[in-house]
Design a binder for this molecule. Structure first.
Ligand SMILES: [Fe+2]
Length: 162
């Protein structure tokens, strides 16, 4: 599936057409995904009421797997502190290898006002992001050189058309 972020929101890969593998049909039809979306819509009704004033809502689901081995560094895009393009972003941990180092989410009020470093460690543990704050994922490496991974599900909500 093609995915494009604007350069305004992604200085590293903005305005580039990036290809993501489509979600597996079984995942799309799964009760787990339906419940995750339903739950996030309920949360957004409390936290982002303005979203529901739009004609329609664009629901994004991205499953991202950061993988690293040996001395390789895995990182998210964009690399540094940034705001996402979407009004509502839920970052949900789905799986984590014991030997991943990094991957924490840094939350900030601005480029020089770091607030907190959050480390998701439990399955389905999540953080919610909005355009009000900035965030960054700490680059990841393997603590023992063996293959390491951190898998997250991103559920995003945006007014549509934007
Ligand atoms: Fe982001």
């Amino acid at each position: 599936m093609p995915y494009v972020q604007t350069r305004q929101y992604n200085a590293d890969d903005g305005d580039k057409l990036r290809q993501f593998v489509s979600l597996d049909r079984l995942v799309l039809q799964s009760r787990t995904l339906r419940e995750l979306i339903r739950f996030n819509l309920s949360v957004a009704k409390l936290t982002n009421q303005i979203l529901f004033l739009a004609d329609s809502l664009l629901i994004g689901v991205h499953m991202v797997s950061y993988r690293t081995v040996a001395a390789m560094i895995a990182h998210s895009s964009p690399l540094g502190l940034h705001r996402d393009q979407e009004e509502y972003v839920a970052v949900i941990l789905s799986e984590l290898s014991h030997n991943i180092s990094g991957g924490e989410n840094i939350l900030a009020n601005g480029p020089r006002d770091l607030v907190e470093k959050v480390n998701l460690t439990e399955e389905f543990e999540a953080i919610l992001l909005s355009k009000k704050g900035m965030h960054q994922v700490v680059p990841m490496s393997s603590s023992n050189g063996r293959p390491a991974f951190r898998n997250v599900i991103l559920i995003t909500l945006s007014p549509f058309p934007q």
